[in-house]
Design a protein around this ligand. Structure first.
Ligand code: NAD
Length: 355
């Protein structure tokens, strides 16, 4: 057994269909009395429903969360929390809404109860992001880790099938990279394999039958485990590339993750052979099958766009992104090499298979 460090993060997790109904109890458990409910504009009616559920424990609804937490929105939300004398935040939505909760917590220390409705995994991490002058800065602070997370699969039934597929592959990426992380450890490895297995089984069912609650539960369970992976160990090439694509070309987060993942796995196929064999096994493949290829085939089966060009990345994008990523690389089992990374992005841009 190789030496390792394992640090668990102290979040209480309540999982199950219909568990949103226990939100008031969970807020009470934290000793809070006035919750500010955060949503995106698209999910405002869900926020109103939550406010009704909470009665006089709801301080108000703030329905202005948007992607990548612009500083002005964070500042406005912080003012609103102070004005309403809120003593906790309920962030109900995807990574954008939970990110706004984190920006408030960073400033005021207000505890967060997160109710995720996508598979992005932000609720299980102490990673925050804030965008100022089009530049997104990220960091880690235990203050922003949600105190409680309620996973209610019923809330994911409205997530459109294609977005569910992309968001699920975003979660898959956390688990894949956790297996070859610099600080990988056996416990996170178990969670990663289980996450890959659960998502690999559930996502094709969701695409065919979006209202299949059993598949929705299995995907959300996988997403939870993948979120723990993201929060526990460092990420590598794949996350660096997606961060670059999001920041430089404003590509949609989950879709970019889905497209790049097979290519990043292929790039690491020799340097992280054991880890990628575990990925292939968890996806139901044989020893001889390559993880990158299996992930590409899964994307195709899910009907996910396969080409970064389809997301609006310009033709000179691969060269530009390779240069930016290589200028400040993350740890990766195979060192960042400019030409092969550009070639990888070229294939992803065209939607070709990774091999
Ligand atoms: P999102 O939160 O931006 O949501 C996308 C859209 O889907 C929004 O309009 C939202 O209202 C809608 N939506 C969400 N759930 C829905 C549902 N169940 N039914 C119908 N519509 C629904 O997307 P995301 O992919 O969850 O999050 C992306 C953001 O999260 C990015 O900014 C990313 O950087 C961040 N993120 C952060 C971390 C972290 O650890 N800090 C982890 C993952 C993602």
């Amino acid at each position: 057994m190789f030496p390792f460090v394992y640090q668990s993060l102290p979040t209480r997790v309540v999982f199950g269909s219909g568990k949103l109904s226990e939100l008031a109890q969970e807020i009470e458990r934290l000793g809070a009395r006035r919750a500010l409910i955060l949503t995106t504009p698209e999910q405002e009616s869900l926020g109103t429903h939550v406010a009704e559920l909470l009665g006089d424990r709801a301080a108000g609804v703030y329905p202005h969360a948007v992607m990548h937490v612009p500083l002005e929105v964070a500042q406005d939300a912080r003012r609103e929390a102070a004005r309403l004398d809120a003593d906790c935040c309920v962030a109900i939505g995807g990574g954008s809404t939970i990110g706004l909760g984190k920006a408030i917590a960073m400033d005021s220390g207000l505890p967060i109860v997160a109710v995720p409705t996508t598979y992005a995994g932000s609720e299980m991490t102490s990673i925050y992001g804030l965008t100022e002058n089009r530049l997104k800065k990220t960091g880690r602070d235990i203050k922003v880790l949600p105190k409680t997370v309620i996973y209610d699969p019923q809330l994911t039934l409205t997530l459109p099938p294609l977005i569910s597929a992309c968001s699920g592959m975003n979660a898959m990426a956390h688990a894949v990279e956790a297996l070859y992380a610099e600080d990988a450890n056996p416990i996170v490895g178990l969670m990663a394999e289980e996450a890959i297995r659960s998502l690999g089984k559930a996502l094709p069912v969701i695409v065919e039958r979006p209202d299949d609650l059993a598949a929705r539960s299995q995907a959300l369970y996988g997403a939870w485990l993948a979120g723990i992976c993201l929060g526990s160990v460092g990420m590598a090439l794949h996350h660096k590339l997606c961060h670059t694509l999001g920041g430089t070309f404003n590509l949609p987060h989950a879709q970019a993750h889905a497209i790049v993942l097979p290519h990043a796995a292929h790039y690491n196929r020799q340097a992280a052979a054991d880890a990628l064999q575990r990925v292939a096994r968890a996806l139901g493949g044989s020893e001889a099958q390559e993880a990158g290829q299996l992930l590409y085939e899964l994307n195709r089966k899910l009907g996910i766009p396969l080409a970064l060009s389809e997301l609006g990345m310009p033709v000179q994008g691969p060269a530009q992104a390779a240069q930016i990523a290589c200028a400040s690389p993350y740890y990766n089992p195979r060192p960042f090499e400019r030409q092969p990374i550009e070639a990888l992005l070229e294939r992803a841009w065209k939607g070709l298979a990774p091999a």
